[in-house]
Design a protein around this ligand. Sequence first.
Ligand code: AMP
Length: 177
Amino acid sequence: MLDKEFLLKHLRNVPDFPVPGIQFKDVSTLYKNPKCLRMMVNELYELYKNKGITKVVGIESRGFVVGAALAVKLGAGFVMCRKPGKLPADTRKESYMKEYGKDTVEIHTDAIDDKDVVLIHDDLLATGGSMKAAYNLVQQFRPRKTYINFIIELTIEGLNGRAAFDDDVEMTTLLKI
Ligand code: AMP
């Protein structure tokens, strides 16, 4: 069972990080707590165990932690979606606009194929920009289906990250804040 109150109690809020005005939701305090970590991974396993997921894609770097643990439980592989220049072999790339300038995400060319059913995981949905880029990047590989998950969905501050995605994209979030 997902005890949302317990998770929210253990999530650290850091005001004015990395810049003044941002309320940073620090998932490191969820990751370090054995009960929180297990609860999140178990809940995601229940949500996705019957979906035929063959690859979990984690977005650098906070998406790697629960993403990899979930992949093991699902019997799926784990794929890193990384910032530019970090992956050593051939990559596919997708660029997107951030508040200040452009950013790019990369996945190894041989990491996903058209037989895969993919779950993309990240810790937090804010504007949706980074997940949208990862989603578009995964679509370049033409997988059979792509699911999206976040631990936290920020609904405060008038953010509407969900609006970045078409209605037919299947998305789950464990906590709405
Ligand atoms: P976005 O692309 O705007 O949806 O931002 C999501 C990414 O930025 C995630 O990888 C988060 O780790 C990080 N992020 C953005 N805003 C916050 C926040 N308020 N607290 C913690 N992480 C954040």
